[in-house]
Design a protein around this ligand. Structure first.
Ligand code: ATP
Length: 357
């Protein structure tokens, strides 16, 4: 097992494209780290530098205590699983898994023993004599993982390995990967654009945008204390409500927009001074539909089963969304009153999106 350290890692493609703009990250030995961000933010390039498929323009890359900037991919002690599983179609599942061991000239009985053990772990023992084409997408994914972990890499790198699976299988494989990580206790570095994958699997998450690290933290730290509006709205389903307005002086209290005023009853006055234009962020579970507050008109209802999303307007085109118990019934056109849970309110700078204390 090994840690991974990135120190001021930069990757430029030609004079105009900076794919990775100085990333600092320490992945601990045995940690499950997920790198997440929108398409083009530099996730894959970061992973490719760690794996050795891209050479950093500057900065230092360590696996354990070794600087690996100039080491060949094969000498870095890494296992890799990508979206394209690249299983050999003419070989059985057994031979696919055994391939890496055969290349390393591992003796036959040891190959049998190790393939059998890893097939047990991945619950694919019954597939060993099949060909990949006879396996389902989820099974093929597990075979690809088995083929990688059978070589006992110190670090497992994964780039969107679940993105070709259907929604149900993706959710199942998330659980499988977490279980696998618990069992192997090796270092996992996983790249995805899917915030739900990041939230559910990671010990810690690194959020990237435009080549820059936005925030590194545990899923709950990032969900509860996003560093800026980008991170706040990237995580969570539905997306956090953002309302533009002004928080009034000395009122821990009054927030006014073009369309409504609300007494926020904040635990303490915001430190940014009254009159400043800010963006208020509040997640759907912190929007209260009750007897108090401004009036809104229900526009849409989305039942989730145990809870219901109520989308409503309050003077503007943009809808706000509240998550309420499924017991409560609303219909489009209903008039409601809404308020925000003061402990769930965030303020962001209207200009640059930074979180305001
Ligand atoms: P996706 O989720 O779409 O795979 P990503 O976050 O992994 O995106 P990267 O593939 O790392 O993003 O790309 C980061 C930026 O670098 C993008 O703007 C991309 O166009 C650019 N880029 C990546 N590889 C090259 C290359 N070989 N030559 C030029 N530009 C590149």
């Amino acid at each position: 097992m090994a840690s991974i350290t990135l120190e001021n890692l930069v990757k430029k493609f030609g004079p105009h494209v900076t794919a990775v703009a100085g990333v600092n990250l320490g992945v601990e030995d045995g940690e499950f780290m997920v790198v997440v961000g929108p398409s083009g933010c530099g996730k894959t390039t970061t992973l490719n530098m760690i794996s050795g498929f891209e050479v950093p323009t500057s900065g230092t890359l360590k696996i354990g205590e070794r600087v690996v900037n100039n080491l060949d991919p094969g000498d870095r002690g890494l296992g890799m699983v990508f979206q394209d599983l690249a299983l050999f179609p003419h070989m059985t599942v057994f031979e696919n898994i055994a391939f890496g061991l055969r290349v390393e000239n591992v003796p036959g009985p040891d190959v049998n023993e190790r393939v059998s053990r890893v097939a047990d772990t991945m619950k694919i023992k019954s597939l060993l004599s099949k060909k990949p084409a006879q396996c389902s997408g989820g099974e093929a994914q597990r075979i690809a993982l088995a083929r990688t972990i059978v070589t006992e890499p110190e670090v497992l790198l994964m780039d969107e390995p679940l993105s070709s699976l259907d929604a149900k299988l993706r959710v199942e494989m998330r659980t499988e990967l977490k279980r696998l990580h618990e069992e192997l206790k090796s270092t996992f570095l996983y790249v995805t654009h899917d915030q739900a994958e990041a939230m559910t699997m990671a010990d810690r998450i690194m959020v990237m945008e435009s080549g820059h690290v936005q925030q590194i933290g545990t899923p709950l730290e990032i969900y509860r204390n996003p560093i800026n509006q980008f991170v706040a709205t990237f995580f969570g389903q539905p997306t956090m409500n953002i309302v533009s307005g002004q928080a009034r002086e000395n009122a821990s209290s009054l927030f006014s927009t073009e369309h409504f005023e609300m007494n926020l009853s904040l635990p303490s006055a915001p430190s940014f001074g009254g009159g400043k234009r800010v963006s208020l962020g509040v997640r759907s579970e912190n929007v209260i539909i009750g007897d108090d507050g401004p009036e809104g008109i229900v526009k849409l209802i989305e039942p989730l089963g145990d809870e219901t999303l109520v989308f409503f307007s309050c003077g503007s085109e943009e809808l706000l969304v509240a998550k309420v118990s499924a017991e409560r019934e609303f219909r489009p056109g209903d008039s409601i009153h809404f308020s925000f849970d003061p402990l769930g309110v965030h303020f962001f700078d209207s200009e640059n999106g930074a979180r305001l204390a």
